[in-house]
Structure formats: C-alpha cells, structure tokens
Write a protein that binds this ligand. Sequence first.
Ligand code: GLP
Length: 237
Amino acid sequence: MKIHNYANYNAMSNACAEIILNDLAAKPNSLMALATGNSPLGVYNQLALKHKEEPQLFNKLRIIKLDEWGGIPLENPSTCESFLQQHFIKPLNISPDRYLSFGNHADDPETECERVQTVLKDHGPIDSCVLGIGKNGHLGFNEPAETLLPHCHVVQLAKTSQQHSMVESLSHNPTYGITLGMADILQSKKIVLLLTGEGKAATIEKFMTQKISTKLPASFLWLHPNVHCFVDRNVLG
Ligand code: GLP
C-alpha cells in the first residue's frame, strides 16, 4: 500500500484527483466504482473543474455506484444516487450508457443485487475503486461483522451508518443498504482510499496497524497489491 500524507483535505483531494486524471489519460474507458460522502467530494469537485477545461478527457469514462441506502426513494436528495448525479454524473456529463447504477427497491432488493452482479460481470472488472472509510471502518456498506460477503448484497446498517450526515435529517433513518461486496472491491485493479473525516482518528489508527479483521472491513485492503491511500493529517490530530 502506498500511503500519501497531506496537511489538509484540499491538498489530499487535489493530489488524489491528479492520480485519477493520469490513470484516465492512460485508459480513457476506465470503469470507476465511486463512493459517496464527504471523503471523495473534494476529488469529485476537482474532476468537475477539469471537465470544464478538457471535457474530452471524460467522454469514455464509465462509472458504477458503490453503495446505496435502502428504503428511501432514489430521487430523495439524501441518496447516494442524488449525490453522484449532482457531484459527478451531471458535471462530468457521463451519459446513461456509461453509468451503471442500481435501485433500492424496497420490495425486492435481493433481485437488484443479482442484477448488479451480472452487470459487473459483463462490464468489469473495475479499473479504479474510490473509497472512503466509515467511522466504524466499513467500506461501502460492508459493515464490521463476524463474516463479510464477497458480492453485491443487502446489509443491515450499523448504528453509526444510520446516523451518517447524508441521512441524519430524514424522519426515518434507513436501516438497510445495498453495497458491492468485498471481492467486488478487492478485484478492482487499483483502489484509492481517502482517509479523512471527523471522529475517525481511532479507526484510522487501527487501520494503520495492518492487522486484518472482519471487524474492520477496510483492513482487507492491506491484502491488495495496488492501493493508494490518501491521508488528511488534519483529522489525526
Ligand atoms: C457512507 C457511504 C460510504 C462512505 C462512508 C464514509 O456510509 N455509504 O460509501 O465511504 O460512509 O462517509 P464519509 O466520507 O462522509 O465519512
């Protein structure tokens, strides 16, 4: 794992965007899996700025959503879908045929997971997976547990996830989510991990011990041969 340290969030985001742009120049039709939340937002904003100067850089880029809250209409501003549409899909002009999204149908989320798995099989592997770390060490919605699952699945959300800033203003917080699984993430050719955010110092410290545990899903990234980890030193105190 290559660890890159930065003094603050902006420096971290700019450097990470730079690496992503270099990779994209080398492979314009890259398939990128994208997390949502505050960790990657600065990176996405940088990429959107670049799109204004050189839109052609992004005209083959393909995107797959990493995870989604369950039981909220997709068009609700709190969903991962709305986040990605607002901060990536629209500003970077990703056409619908290049965006592999998924729904969160309350009646049958398992069938949607099976569909996502087929889509991934047909369009994968993921070239570049952009991840944040949850306060509890989750990746996507792969929550700390006795066992982890390899592929796209429906998951019971941990309390910390249910209180995430994306959904805290909702009258009913989501109790479940849909996420790509650990194998889907680990089969990505390259992984970009952003370590930033208030209240994560203890989790990041644990992650840095390199001890691998299902109780800290992000620790499995130590098994991957091509991870670039961007650290915002500001959050470590
Ligand atoms: C959320 C998202 C994840 C994200 C993580 C961290 O639950 N579903 O994809 O990586 O939690 O969020 P943040 O970057 O806002 O701290």
